[in-house]
Design a protein around this ligand. Structure first.
Ligand code: FE2
Ligand code: FE2
Length: 154
């Protein structure tokens, strides 16, 4: 599969989960949805950082390379929020606002990838390269075991 299609599918899945979070006021349901989101994001950022981003940083032009380095920092912010949310109780007043900020940050990052980074990749790399990267992403996705601790706080 083409790398960009694969990454966009992941984005769509997370977006769907966030919409479900928005649709409920039930803290325990938000929590279980959030755990799924945390796991999805862990795997997604892992395969991007291990396979996709290094290739893009190495082989893209300067603008694309810089944008991708920014992406790593945005991932970092998301990971910090995930850890913080994991440590909150369902009763915490911070749960909902932190989930909202997580959602906003992820939304912004996805917009930058889909609106800027991916189109630049399509311009700078040929179809065979993107296909090859996609295969590697798929393999890593199948092999990688997310550490449940990220979502549970343990
Ligand atoms: Fe992504
Ligand atoms: Fe990303």
């Amino acid at each position: 599969m083409n790398a960009i299609e694969l990454l966009k599918e992941d984005h769509k899945k997370v977006k769907g989960l966030f919409e479900k979070v928005k649709a409920t006021d039930e803290a325990s349901e938000q929590r279980s949805l959030y755990e799924k989101i945390a796991e999805e994001l862990e795997v997604h950022t892992h395969i991007e950082e291990e396979i996709f981003y290094p290739y893009v940083i190495e082989n893209g032009d300067e603008e694309l390379s810089d944008l991708t380095k920014e992406g790593i920092e945005e991932h970092h912010e998301v990971k910090v929020l995930i850890r913080e949310i994991a440590n909150l109780t369902d009763e915490s007043e911070k749960l909902e606002p932190k989930l909202t900020v997580l959602m906003e940050n992820v939304g912004h990052h996805v917009q930058e990838e889909e609106g800027e980074m991916f189109p630049m990749c399509e311009e700078q790399f040929d179809a065979a390269t993107l296909e090859e990267l996609g295969t590697k992403l798929e393999e890593e996705k199948a092999n990688y075991k997310p550490c449940a601790s990220a979502a549970s706080g343990r």
